[in-house]
Design a protein around this ligand. Structure first.
Ligand SMILES: [Mg+2]
Length: 406
């Protein structure tokens, strides 16, 4: 295939390894409720094994049963091959070669969406494995960190089903994040539309009221992003509301309309008084090229567990840099994905913030329990360069066992 893929950058000859197997874990919170809007109730974790006993771990953000099927399904013809069969026997250091073979060999099964999300978990595990095999952190294998601190933002968590409870929960969450030392945060304001919290149906004025309350609580110095989660059906309705939001100084407005409406998105970019962010659902550089060139968004949000993996996310960061656009990756999974996102941010200078929810702010137990990331929020609201080999997180196998259902 005539396009670029990434493999580890190494200064020494790597050990000779062969991939011998992959375990796919479907994780589910025992009290999960399919009517809830949070994808943190489940996870899909893969472990890639080698002939020398070394292994690597990856994760994706997609329905875990479907992701498992995407990897384990037997191939039936040359454009519908099995991802597992393509992986087994391969050299784990040839990550780019594997990705190309898997993308090409599974082309008739997807090229986008679920197959690429599943592939993201495998690719992530290979970076972790290679880092451990040579005793180096993944950011070093990605070409080396370009800075020694990155800035995380806290995603505020709502609660309740009444307007006052929803607003007050976000304000309380903002105050907790500020007390922990965060200098940036993102509030959702989604009391209507397809992602409405708890089935709420509130007016646009009340959305403005929530934003005003959160901004008032944190003061003018803290960076505040706003995620309305596909709230409006068209650019005109969105603009009629968000023109009044400039006074609250949102750093960006995330996914205000459906993400397939690229011409409507371009209109928002042109006319909204704040930058527009999209990209959490997209897979591959090709979808991001459309988002940036036709949708013209100022902020692209690749998710390492959806876009195709760490290498594909880095390529998206480079494409954004070439276009003068910013990166703020999406991440709503466990410490595995958070770690992968952080390593990416250390090698992408146009990445302004990473999404980071420390255990103190995280409602969902599954996400808290599965993996402890190496990252720590420093007193200045930044995170220091990870130093452990691979992705650096510590997996809790008891927790994985506890949540595994398939
Ligand atoms: Mg979002």
């Amino acid at each position: 295939m005539p396009f670029r893929t990434l493999s580890p950058v190494l200064s020494t000859v790597p050990p000779k390894l062969r991939v011998t197997g992959i375990d796919c874990h479907v994780l589910l919170a025992p009290d999960y409720d399919a009517r809830f809007t949070s994808s943190a109730q489940d996870s899909f974790v893969v472990v890639v094994h080698t002939d020398q006993g070394l292994s690597g771990i990856g994760e994706c953000d997609a329905n875990p049963w479907m992701a498992k099927a995407c990897i384990e399904a037997p191939g039936t013809h040359t454009m519908g091959l099995s991802i597992r069969d393509l992986l087994i026997g391969s050299d784990p250091f040839d990550i780019g070669g594997f990705w190309r073979r898997a993308y090409l060999g599974s082309a008739m099964n997807g090229r986008r969406g679920m197959v690429i999300h599943a592939l993201s978990a495998v690719e992530m595990a290979l970076w972790d494995l290679c880092g451990k095999a040579v005793g180096r952190p993944v950011h070093a294998l990605l070409g080396g960190a370009t800075r020694d601190r990155i800035t995380p933002y806290a995603s505020l968590q709502p609660a309740g089903r009444r307007f006052e409870d929803y607003r007050d929960a976000l304000v309380a969450s903002a105050e907790r994040a500020q007390a922990l030392g965060f200098r940036a945060m993102k509030t959702e304001i989604t009391m209507n539309g397809p992602y409405a919290h708890g089935g709420m149906r509130e007016s646009w004025d009340r959305h403005t009221e929530v934003l005003a309350a959160v901004r008032k609580a944190i003061g003018p110095e803290v960076t505040l992003m706003v995620d309305v989660q596909y709230l409006w059906e068209d650019a005109a309705t969105c603009l009629s509301v968000v023109r009044d939001w400039a006074e609250f100084d949102p750093w960006f407005l995330e996914t205000p309309i459906w993400s397939d409406n690229l011409d409507e998105i371009a209109r928002l970019v042109e006319e909204a008084p704040m930058p527009i962010a999209f990209g959490e659902w997209l897979s591959t550089r090709f979808e991001f090229a459309e988002l940036m060139d036709r949708g013209r968004v100022q902020v692209a949000q690749p998710d390492v567990g959806r876009v195709g993996g760490i290498g594909e996310a880095k390529i998206v960061c480079e494409m954004a840099a070439a276009r003068g656009r910013r990166i703020v990756p999406h991440c709503w999974k466990t410490g595995i994905s958070i770690s992968a996102t952080a390593h990416l941010a250390f090698v992408a200078d146009n990445c302004d913030f990473i999404e980071y929810l420390p255990p103190q702010l995280c409602h969902e137990r599954l996400r808290r329990d599965v993996a402890a990331e190496e990252l720590d929020l420093g007193p200045d609201g930044t995170i220091a360069l990870p130093v452990r080999p691979g992705l650096g997180f510590e997996i809790d196998w008891d927790a994985v066992k506890r949540y595994t259902v398939a």
